[in-house]
Ligand binder design. Structure first.
Ligand code: RP5
Length: 164
């Protein structure tokens, strides 16, 4: 079977980001959104990063999710090289608990936006949901799957707390 062409590109600065960024991939899989995941470091593989960002729109990607930790230049640099919407995920860093990642990603200068999510797993999962929501504006079947996913989440919330 031929795999559908990816619509969402998930990129991360390091293998060590994958335990966080896989939460974006899992959401996209659950919503049947074709996606790919790549290690593309702004610092260690800058040429790979430029090539990825420059080719992204032409290859048919519609949204890029970029996660990085520490001096997290990746989302901003990707955004500098593509017109696609870029969603930035600050990865929890060892030294500063992701505050460095958050500030590196969120404080983009005017003119080159990065939609910045929360630090860590919640941010990665929400980036997946947001990418799906963007695509759902022009895809009715995906919109229905997203509505169903949200309804299931609502249904899973108990009315009352219970003891462990
Ligand atoms: C960043 O440096 C990566 O995004 C990662 O979050 C952080 C640490 O990378 P490793 O030293 O674990 O490879 O580029």
């Amino acid at each position: 079977m031929v795999e559908p062409a990816p619509l969402v590109g998930i990129v991360m600065g390091s293998q060590s980001d994958w335990p966080t960024m896989r939460h974006a991939a899992e959401i996209l899989s659950a919503l049947e959104v074709a996606h790919e995941a790549r290690i593309v470091s702004a610092h260690r593989t800058p040429d790979r990063m430029f090539a990825y960002a420059e080719a992204a729109a032409e290859r048919g990607l519609r949204v890029v999710i970029a996660g990085a930790g520490g001096a997290a230049h990746l989302p901003g640099m990707i955004a500098a090289k593509t017109r696609l919407p870029v969603l930035g995920v600050p990865v929890l860093s060892k030294a500063l608990s992701g505050r460095d990642s958050l500030l590196s990603i969120v404080q983009m200068p005017k003119g080159v936006p990065v939609g910045t999510l929360a630090i860590g797993e919640a941010g990665a999962a929400n980036a997946g949901l947001l990418a799906a929501a963007i695509l759902a504006t022009t895809d009715e079947a995906l919109a229905a799957r997203l509505e169903a996913w949200r309804a299931a989440q609502t249904a899973a919330v108990a009315k009352e707390p219970k003891d462990d």
